[in-house]
Design a protein around this ligand. Structure first.
Ligand code: HEC
Length: 325
């Protein structure tokens, strides 16, 4: 074997070790530091673990090829290893390293397999109860259960053909009336309870159950209109969480027609969620932040309740009954 000037100054074993350490350092700290320079963000962009794996694998493959390229190269690489194993660097360092290797591997295996007590970070608390004010729990939707007085008032309005609608739908109904010139505004609704009520008004024999069913249909109609105006873009036509904007969110709106969503919560909680939106959620609700707007800022309490009634109806679900009811 001849001594040539091409040999690494440090010997090939040490060069291999230093190259591996340098590659690791470059990916672990170099790239994030560079990303910070380029993006001028106040924090470095982390390097994904898979990228580190690729870089290290490629480096090891390249070093393996270089070292085994010639017999001399391999012999050069192995010389310090053999010398070490024969005790050429002293028997105490050898005993120390040979104990250290299995100890480190054992410790790593232990770290991987030992059961952890921490909460998996992927769990998100969808329905945090910690800051859900108890006063909301007993709240009932006034539009889903109209009082007798409200039904009576509705009968009077229907008889006089002066049913009051919310302004958001009033205009549409007026346009329709101009074109059709109906005898009664209830003709607008192609629904059984409305038809029945209309027939009863014409026969002057209105019964309360029919009037109540018609009033519920009217409330639902208004709720659906408000839903379409405010919620549809994210939650979708059929409350399945597939509105045109839904794909834009890291935390998608959930599918309300699934079992285990709005069906499992009491109306008061739904009301509270709609009222306070994503900003109302406590820190347990992270790491994903909800895009759900804080509706108390733009919808009245009445509007929110109407929408919630329509939301449950569209999903064909009923809210959970609060305990003790
Ligand atoms: C900008 C998009 C967006 C709009 C508009 C929006 N939401 Fe949401 N909403 C979300 C997202 C995203 C979630 C899921 C994350 C979460 O739980 O906050 C959500 C969650 C909800 C939940 C919680 C369900 C649960 O199980 O806790 C309710 C109820 C809800 N929305 C109702 C409404 C209503 C009613 C409207 C209209 C007044 C509305 N949303 C408008 C994005 C939106």
């Amino acid at each position: 074997m001849t001594q040539t000037t091409k040999k690494p100054i440090l010997g090939s074993f040490l060069t291999v070790i230093l190259t591996l350490l340098a590659t690791y350092a470059l990916v672990k700290w170099g790239i994030p530091a560079l990303s910070r320079e380029i993006t001028s963000l106040p924090f470095p962009l982390p390097v994904p673990g898979t990228l580190m794996f690729f870089y290290m694998t490629l480096t090891i493959v390249a070093l393996f090829l270089i070292v085994t390229f010639s017999e001399e190269g391999l012999a050069d690489f192995l010389r310090p290893v053999k010398k070490f194993l024969r005790g050429g660097y002293g028997s105490i360092p050898r005993a120390f390293i040979l104990t250290l290797i299995p100890a480190v591997i054992g410790w790593q295996v232990y770290e991987i397999t030992v059961p952890k007590v921490e909460v998996p970070s992927s769990l998100r608390i969808q329905h945090p109860s910690s800051n859900f004010p108890k006063s909301f729990e007993a709240k009932r939707n006034p539009f889903a259960s109209p009082t007798e007085a409200e039904v009576d008032a509705f009968i009077e309005q229907a008889k006089a053909n002066e049913i009051e609608f919310i302004p958001q739908v009033q205009e549409d109904i007026e346009h329709w009336a101009e074109e059709i010139d109906p005898e009664h505004v209830l003709e607008f609704f192609p629904l059984a309870p409305m038809r029945k009520l209309l027939a009863q008004i014409q026969a002057d024999n209105v019964d309360k159950a029919t009037a109540k069913a018609a009033l519920l249909e009217k409330n639902l109609f208004e709720g659906r209109a408000l839903y379409a105006m405010n919620c549809r873009a994210c939650h979708g036509d059929s409350v399945a969480g597939d509105g045109p904007m839904a794909d834009g969110f890291k935390l998608r709106p959930i599918n309300f027609t699934d079992n285990g969503t709005i069906e499992t919560i009491v109306e008061g909680y739904t009301f509270w969620r709609v009222t306070n939106g994503g900003p109302g959620l406590p820190t347990e609700a992270t790491p994903w932040d909800s895009a759900m707007p804080e509706w108390k800022l733009s919808l009245t309490e009445e509007q929110r309740w109407r929408i919630i009634m329509a939301e449950y109806d569209l999903a064909q679900k009923t809210p959970r009954i609060p305990e003790g009811h």
